[in-house]
Design a protein around this ligand. Sequence first.
Ligand SMILES: [Zn+2]
Length: 245
Amino acid sequence: MQENTANTWVTDRRRDIADGVWAKCPECNELIYNGELGRNLRICKRCSYYFPMDPSTRILFITDKGSFVNYKDIFSDEDKSIIIGGEAKISEYPVVIMILNLNVPLITDNFSLTEKIVNTINKAVERKLPLLAIYTIGKERHFINFPAQLLSVTTAINKLNKEKLAYISLLSQTSAESHFPAFAYSADIVIAESNLPGTSHTGSRIGRRDAERAVQAMFQSGIVDMIVQREDLKSKLTDILKFFH
Ligand SMILES: [Zn+2]
């Protein structure tokens, strides 16, 4: 009888994980209620594993409540798992924010994706606001083989520089196998979000130690200017925006 109850419990939990009510930490196997995970910046309370964050959640967590306004003239609803852009405030400092998630299969072709990136950067130039771009690890080298598209993004970033507007880049889910586009590294300040395990292009998980080592190597070689924990991200961004204001 007792065994049956236990089995039912396990089955229920399995169904709940599938339904997204509970999440299982891939690092320590802890079952965490999804609502609780959201309140804790998607960090496992037991082992501090950083669960990936989709662009909308990311915006909620770093911007002032209710301040984000999506650029509806650039982005459609179907873009939102890959790219989001708009204006928001971070501790009252206005900023153009763009989140590019290259960890999902592209639903839009490279050309229109590039166009959206360029248009968002141009908005920052028009509005005379700093640009915060957040990049999530790519499984594929989306931009490597497209020099013309890279060039158009670089040209847009040069306009920002000319107007003396800050470009801040945040690399998330960094690992030894991360493929960030070249323009992710050309910012005035490049931040890496630390403590993240990555997923290799073959789908196997890279341990947290390897991910951390990759971030440290980028910092030591000067590719990354600072390593910031997820919990401290908003206050660090506030300091940077204050500095450039
Ligand atoms: Zn955990």
